[in-house]
Design a protein around this ligand. Structure first.
Ligand code: AKG
Length: 204
């Protein structure tokens, strides 16, 4: 290619693994769950009733989360994690991703054009480790801190772990749009469902 033409092209994004090195406490694993698990979880989740009180639909297990109050106490306990998720949460502990079994699962449903505002997860409500597993459409996550914005491609079946600086000091969010561009490639969004596992800190 004519090197002068190259001047007009956007610089390529870094890969997820390169970006993960730039944010302390961020790690990413491709294909953490199998295709069979993705299909199984998807089929069960889409048939389960959704909470529709915020723009994107959600399902809450373990503890209900109050988005406005940003607090959790024992009165918000709503039961156990669903049985279909138990082999997965045990694997998260065996693989040293969680130090002990997570007790909250939040399922988010994103239709094309929907996102989640940049945020850090409630600091006093949850322990250090936050894990998100993606089903369905690839989507670009954005990490932000001090004017720095780092895009990160969340692929189906992948796992992203946010601990440490990533969990407490970097915001993460998903821009509300229908198409993502990452490393020069366009990704037309389809339906995405994410499983966010956390361990609740109860007030003493
Ligand atoms: O959809 C995701 O992967 C992340 C969800 C999230 O950040 C949240 O529910 O707080």
């Amino acid at each position: 290619m004519d090197p002068q033409l190259n001047f007009f092209q956007e610089p390529p994004n870094k890969t997820n693994q390169e970006n993960a090195k730039a944010i302390l406490g961020l790690s990413y694993v491709e294909n953490y769950i199998s295709q069979e698990e993705e299909n199984l979880f998807w089929d069960i989740i889409v048939e389960t009733p959704w909470q529709t009180d915020i723009k994107r639909w959600t399902q809450h297990y373990g503890f209900q989360y109050d988005y406005k109050a940003r607090k959790i106490d024992y009165s918000m306990k709503i039961g156990d994690l669903p049985t279909w998720s138990l082999p997965l949460v045990e694997r998260l502990v065996q693989d040293n991703i969680f130090p002990s079994l997570p007790d909250q699962l939040l399922i988010n449903n994103y239709e094309p054009g929907q996102g989640i505002a940049p945020h850090t997860d409630c600091e006093p409500c949850f322990e250090d480790t936050i894990v998100s597993i993606s089903l369905g459409s690839p989507t670009v996550f954005e990490f932000q801190k001090d004017g720095n914005k780092i895009p990160f491609l969340l692929e189906p079946r992948s796992l992203v772990v946010m601990k440490n600086e990533c969990r407490f000091f970097w915001k993460h969010g998903i821009p509300a749009r229908k198409t993502d561009k990452f490393n020069g490639q366009l990704y037309k969004r389809k339906r995405r469902i994410s499983l966010t596992f956390r361990k609740v800190v109860l007030p003493t």
